[in-house]
Design a binder for this molecule. Structure first.
Ligand code: TRP
Length: 361
């Protein structure tokens, strides 16, 4: 079966963009068709200025929302990145395979670093190495497919390059993964800034619908969405980005086609109203499930603990293999254990020598 891995970063409250662009696809499609892992990538939240208490809170909330979105721990593995040491262990090895030029060419790094410097802040080294950690997330699990938005395609491409390079230099160790983009509404745009994505880390509150926004708040934000000059409702992403975004949101929520749906509207107001109600209807069951989960925090904790244990079991052998392949000496006790289970000839020899030594004593 295909192995699928994806992650969500606890740097802000999850948005409608996260749901329609990723979470819904994971819940409705991916967890049923593949052996899949969905991870709250909290280590990635430390790459920019952060408040420890907030990261903790957002991590728990993100995990709860993944479950509220329909991820089923009986079908997939839901866990928190920092609970599995293998990510950080592998990240270091991959840093020894990646180059500094390669990192500096990453678009997201360039943009985020520029923004950080503009604010007068310093750029954390981990922001530069972020894509390596992301590659480790992916490669540690022998992942075949990574469902992500197109802004992450370059990072997945890097993971492919690193996997290929490592395999070539040190022997076949990693599956070479590929990005898969969701079919519908891969990109929900900011309601106030339809040229930019509805991202959770941006501070453009009025243009962002959060998954936990009350219905009244959702309606207000939708009704105040920026539209374009002109009056008739046409689907034109480049020329009418505001209206196109509303049509896409409506289509994604109701399972229609944005271009076809535009024909049904004579005014922007009617479109906004329907889109708002469609969003409210999609969020309602999710929010109800979220409330239930919040009332039973022990359940979420158990899911995360079991998820981490399962994830560890998958990642550990892959990362251990990478450690051996790249030239790190196995610890003696582990070599002996390997010998008992007959894993490597080298380990067997080492353990035989050890036994002889012990016998001579
Ligand atoms: N970088 C991704 C984002 O910003 C989050 C992420 C981290 C991720 N590690 C991953 C996504 C591994 C997919 C696979 O959205």
């Amino acid at each position: 079966m295909k192995r699928v891995f994806s992650g969500v970063k606890p740097t802000g409250h999850l948005t409608l963009g996260n749901y329609l662009g990723a979470l819904r696809q994971w819940a409705e499609v991916d967890q049923h068709r593949a052996d899949s892992l969905f991870c709250v990538v909290d280590l990635h939240a430390l790459t920019v200025d952060h408040d420890p208490a907030r990261v903790r809170r957002l991590s728990r909330q993100a995990a709860t929302l993944l479950l509220a979105s329909g991820l089923d721990p009986d079908l997939c593995t839901v866990f928190v990145q920092s609970h599995v040491d293998e990510h950080a262990r592998l990240s270091y090895l991959l840093e020894c395979v990646a180059t500094d030029g390669e990192m500096r060419r990453m678009i997201q790094y360039k943009e985020k670093a520029a923004r950080e410097r503009e604010r007068g802040g310093s750029v954390r080294l981990s922001l530069l190495t972020y894509p390596v950690l992301m590659a480790a997330d992916i490669l540690a699990y022998g992942t075949h497919e990574v469902p992500v938005g197109d802004d992450q395609a370059q990072h997945v491409e890097l993971a492919r390059d690193l996997a290929g390079r490592f395999n070539q230099r040190y022997g076949h160790t990693f599956v070479v993964p590929k990005a898969t983009l969701p079919a519908v509404a891969a990109r929900v745009m900011n309601l106030q800034e339809p040229a930019s994505k509805m991202g959770k880390s941006d501070d453009f509150g009025p243009g962002i619908v959060y998954l936990l926004d009350e219905p009244e708040v959702v309606r207000r934000k939708m009704m105040r969405a920026v539209t374009d000059s002109g009056r008739e409702v046409v689907y034109d992403r480049a020329g009418r980005p505001g209206v196109a975004n509303l049509l896409e949101i409506l289509a994604a929520c109701t399972g229609g086609d944005p271009a076809a749906m535009s024909a049904g509207y004579g005014s922007y107001g009617a479109l906004k109203k329907d889109a708002a109600e469609a969003v409210v209807a999609v969020l309602e069951p999710l929010q109800a499930r979220h409330r239930e989960l919040c009332a039973d925090p022990g359940y979420v904790e158990r899911v995360l603990r079991d998820g981490a244990e399962k994830a560890r079991g998958m990642a550990r052998p892959v990362v251990d293999r990478a450690y051996r392949a790249i030239g790190l000496l196995p610890p003696l006790t582990e070599a002996a254990a390997d010998a008992q289970s007959g894993i490597t000839a080298e380990a067997v020899t080492a353990s035989a020598a050890e036994a002889a030594l012990n016998a001579a004593r």
